[in-house]
Design a protein around this ligand. Structure first.
Ligand code: SF4
Ligand SMILES: [Zn+2]
Ligand SMILES: [Zn+2]
Length: 313
């Protein structure tokens, strides 16, 4: 429960940040949250002056807050646009994207709404019908992630974006860190961070994460206190397939028993990356013979997945 008073003024506190611990009023929390996002952007040189910025906006809280803040902080000196990707999950993403469209119009941010159906030839419902509950071709989420990343990169290039922005938050990053440790996947582990992947790969627009040091619970508070509308009705019906769910539970349990655990994991990750990051980074990628996107090998993962879906019975 928040104590009566803010740590920084005489006003009533609205939030307790247990890792401090800090108790903050509305004004001081909003200032603190925005300042941390600015610091993440500045310290990691996420956005350069004049660079075009494309923000992937799903209609959920993370991408809503990301778009709102990126536009607020950089909108005057950088051209900001939003990309709304519809995976074709009826009753879920269509509702979320309607909210996203409404916000883009209210914030006067140009946006483009695209679909898996138009860009890849199938919806995620089609994929689910073919992969089935037994995940015979891989999990629904792995298809979704690969296809979404390809569409994001293609549209970022079309827009001439210097950076593609996603709404990944601290909880996501800590879950990914632990998942990669448990999978003993050092290459993937080293690709985590505020700038995903290698900045210098030709044909790949760097993906940046301004919220990577912002806990999910504070993102919700920021959205609510700013009256930012976001899709909150229900989860994606295919979410139960994601291995990440187990790691989310573990991280939430650890954070509530030992406040500050998520920042400790992040700090450990930074220490490891600064010691071996450069040695572990891959330098060159090839070009997919089918779609022209950068990839490892002759054909990219998304072209392989699209083929698998087309031939699956
Ligand atoms: S939960 Fe999985 S299937 Fe649903 S939108 Fe996310 S990645 Fe796609
Ligand atoms: Zn205050
Ligand atoms: Zn391809």
């Amino acid at each position: 429960m928040p104590k009566e008073k803010c740590d920084r003024c005489a006003k009533k506190s609205v939030i307790e940040l247990p890792y401090g611990p800090h108790w903050l009023c509305k004004e001081h929390f909003l200032y603190f949250f925005e300042k941390r996002v600015k610091k993440t952007c500045r310290a990691n040189k996420l956005i350069l002056p004049g660079e075009k910025i494309l923000v992937a906006y799903s209609g959920g809280k993370d991408s809503a807050v990301t778009l709102y803040l990126i536009n607020k902080i950089f909108g005057k000196r950088n051209e900001v646009q939003a990309l709304l990707i519809d995976e074709g999950i009826e009753g879920y993403r269509d509702k979320a994207l309607d909210i996203a469209e409404k916000n883009c119009k209210a914030w006067e941010i140009p946006f483009k709404r695209v679909s898996f159906k138009d860009e890849a030839g199938f919806t995620m419902v089609d994929v689910m019908k073919k992969t089935g509950a037994k995940k015979k071709l891989g999990s629904t989420c792995s298809f979704c992630g690969v296809i979404r990343r390809r569409i994001m990169n293609q549209f970022a290039k079309k827009f001439g974006a210097g950076k593609l922005v996603t709404g990944h938050n601290l909880d996501d990053e800590v879950q990914s860190t632990l998942m990669n440790v448990c999978d003993a996947d050092l290459n993937r582990f080293l690709r985590i961070g505020p700038i995903a992947g290698n900045k210098k790969i030709k044909g790949l627009v760097p993906r940046i994460k301004p919220l990577w040091e912002s806990p999910e619970i504070e993102i919700i508070a920021f959205a609510e206190l700013n009256k930012i509308d976001y899709h909150k009705e229900q989860c994606c019906p295919f979410k139960w397939q994601a291995k990440r769910n187990d790691f989310r539970g573990i991280v939430n349990h650890l954070e509530s028993s030992y406040p500050g655990t998520m920042y400790s994991v992040l700090s450990f990750f930074k220490q490891v990356k600064s010691k071996i990051g450069k040695k572990g980074a891959k330098k060159e990628l090839e070009t997919c013979s089918k779609c022209g996107e950068p990839c490892n090998g002759k054909q990219c993962m998304s072209c392989n997945l699209i083929k698998k879906i087309a031939f699956a019975k």
